[in-house]
Design a protein around this ligand. Sequence first.
Ligand code: AMP
Ligand code: MN
Ligand code: MN
Ligand code: MN
Length: 295
Amino acid sequence: MSNKTTPAAALPRYGRADLHCHSVYSDGVLTPHALAQHAAAQGVDLWALTDHDSVAGQQEARESAQALGLAWVSGVEVSVDFLGQTIHIVGLGVDSEHPGLRALLQHHRNSRIPRAQAMAAGLAAVGIADAYAGALQYAGQPEQLSRTHFARHLVAIGRCATVAEVFRHYLVPGKPGYAPHGWAALHDGIAQIVAAGGVAVLAHPGRYKLERLPMQILLDRFAQSGGQAIEVTTSAHTPAQTHSYAALARARGWAASCGSDFHSPAESRCALGSLPPLPSGLTPVWQLLGPRIVA
Ligand code: AMP
Ligand code: MN
Ligand code: MN
Ligand code: MN
């Protein structure tokens, strides 16, 4: 796949790009087709589906977007490890058939099963029986099992009022339903995205609980590994964080991406396409995606 970029002047401006969301192929509740319809209805003009560790929904996403006249680019959200913390890297414009990327994603999905079993064992120890089977009711496949599916189950059985509350009480490090996964290293995740012809984007940087120095090291390693963009506008960012990550993108010469991280009409903080436009003075990530966008 070509890495050449189209001159900026020749590119559409995409005033309502949404380049981060999830379908039933990871921890979202809508099909790729329903997401494409929702995106089009919301006035989204460039869309990517970015399921966790899976490209299974990409063909449906592409076909649905094309049928709706919605510009589309391929996507995935890869979970990686950095100093024991989970970091998310969005890969845009990847070749979904790339063997190295597919192998990494399959490895991640395979190991979601023992990790979910360990989570269920932790929950059983505090009196919540059969959480594995319970969570599985909300996931398409055992290999997709994520903390979100456990959270939905715990809400359904009345343990907590909201998914966010389940995370706080049960699913974060130090809580009984948390189990580490063993994701690929940051460098390896980025390397496979780049090898698959994609642009690696640091997802929701404001969400990581890192002190100043480890954050600087993360940013340095992200760049050294081939990362080229960061999410500036995302539902996870406050206006102040959007402002500060815009400044970071300008200072580091990174492109800027934007995405709602939409999962579900009932749970998500904002609808597809409802984020404010990118702040000025930034290179939008679609300028790097050029011919990888299917218009
Ligand atoms: P996993 O890949 O299994 O570790 O699950 C990660 C997913 O859990 C994220 O992509 C979010 O969708 C969701 N998540 C993480 N933290 C929270 C939270 N505090 N509240 C709601 N959802 C969360
Ligand atoms: Mn998620
Ligand atoms: Mn994420
Ligand atoms: Mn996400």
